[in-house]
Design a protein around this ligand. Sequence first.
Ligand code: ATP
Ligand code: MG
Length: 451
Amino acid sequence: MNSPDPAAENTAPRDACASNDACARLQAFAFPPQLLAILRTLGDAGFEAYVVGGSVRDILLGRAPQDFDVATSARAEQVTRLFRRVVPTGLKHGTVLVLKGGFKTEVTTFRGEGDYLDGRHPESVVFLNEVQGDLARRDFTINAMAYDPVRRRFVDPFGGQVDLDKRVVRCVGTALERFSEDGLRPLRAVRFATALDFDIDPATMAAIAPTLSTFDKVSLERQRDEFVKLLASAHPARGLELLDQSRILPRLLPALAALGEAALREAIARLDRLVAHAPDADLALRLAALLSDLAPDDLMGRVETKSPAALLLRHLRLSNAEIDATLRLIARRGFARSTLETDADLRRALSCVGPDIARPLLSLAIAHGTPIDAAHALARRVDALLATRPPLSTADLALDGNRVGALLGQPKGPAIGRALKLLLDAVLEDPARNTPEALAEILRRHREDLS
Ligand code: ATP
Ligand code: MG
C-alpha cells in the first residue's frame, strides 16, 4: 500500500516521502519563501501547519498551483496573534487571510463538520487538533492530501496519490453520504474529471443520480463557479458529456437539455470544434458555441435579451458583461455566412457586428461548420481591411454631430441622427469620402430628404 495508515502517521510522524517518486516532486518544489515563513512561524509556536488540498494535488501532478491553502492546529485567534497583517475573512469557519510581502494565503484551523441538514452548509463546525480529521471532510481523495514542506511531512490517509496515478476522482468515504451532505460535490466531481482529464470512479459516479435532489438546493452562484471552471478547461465538451451521463445536465442547464438529444449532441460537438480551433476562446465564446440554438441569429437587428439563452445565462448568475458578450456573439453568428463579396460588404458587416468581435465570430463560424480554409481566408481579409483603419461607426466620421447640426442649420433633433447614418453609409461604401469637405457636400445634396 502506498497510503500511510492514519493512526501510524498520528503517533509516529515520519518522512512518508523518503522513497517515493511522487513525493520527490513535493520536496523539490520551490514553495514561495513567504509561505515557508508563515508555516515556520506556526511551527515555532508549537502548532501543526500544512499546505492542503488543490495545491498539493497540483504539485504532485506537475502542474503549477494557483494558490496555497494552509491548514493548522492553531485557532483563528492564535493565528491572528502570530502575524502582523491578517484579514478575518471567515472567523466562524476558522479562516484568516495572512499577508506577507506581496503574498497572501488563507490559513484555516483543522476542522471537521457537523451534520448537513440543508444539503449545503454544515450545521456546525468543529475545530480539531489533527490534520487527519480535516482531510476526512474534504470531497475527493486527490483533494485530501497535506504536506508540510518545513518538516517534509506528507499525509495521505485516503489514497490520494494512488488515485492520482490511476487518474480517478473518488469520494473520500461513502459517495452517497458525501453527495447527500453537499449537493455541489457531484458537479465538482465532473469539473475535476474534466479539468484533469480523469475518470470518475464507478461508485462515485453511481452515487450522483440518486442524490440529485440535493444538487437543487445548492446556490446558483456555487453552481456557476464550478460550471465556469468546467467550461474553461481544455476539453469542456467531455465535461458536458459527463454532465449528461451523470444526469446533472437537465438541472444545471435545463433549456439546453430540453432541446432534445440531437440538438444537445450538436451543441456539444460545436463546443468541441470551437476549442479545437481556438483553445484560448474565452467564456463568452464557449457559451455562445454551446447555446447558439437558444437565441435567434440576426446580424443586423437588435440583440435579443429575452431569448431562452438570455434567460439561462441570467439564471446561472453570470455577470451582465458576460451575458451581453455571449448574446452578441450568438446573435451575430451569421457573420461569416453573410454577403461579403466586396470590401464594402465586409465594411458594412464589420460596422454592424463591431470589429472587436470579428475574430471570435470566425472561430464561432468554424464551430458551426464553416470550413476552416474559408474562415481563415476571411480572417486574412478582415485583418487586411482593418489595417487600413476604415471608418466603421459614426464616431469615426470626419464630421461630428455638432458640425453636422451646424451645416444642416438644426442644432438638435432626429435629423442629425439620420444625417450621420447617411454619412456612415456613404463612407462604408467608399472610405475616401471621409473628409469634412466630401461629407459636407453629401449633406448639401441630401438636405431636403433630411429635414
Ligand atoms: P482549484 O485549483 O480548481 O481551485 P481546489 O482543489 O483548490 O481546485 P477549491 O474549490 O479551491 O478547489 O477548494 C479547496 C479545497 O477545499 C479542495 O481541494 C477540497 O479539499 C476542499 N473542498 C472545497 N469544496 C469542497 C466541498 N464542497 N466539499 C468538501 N471539500 C471541499
Ligand atoms: Mg483552490
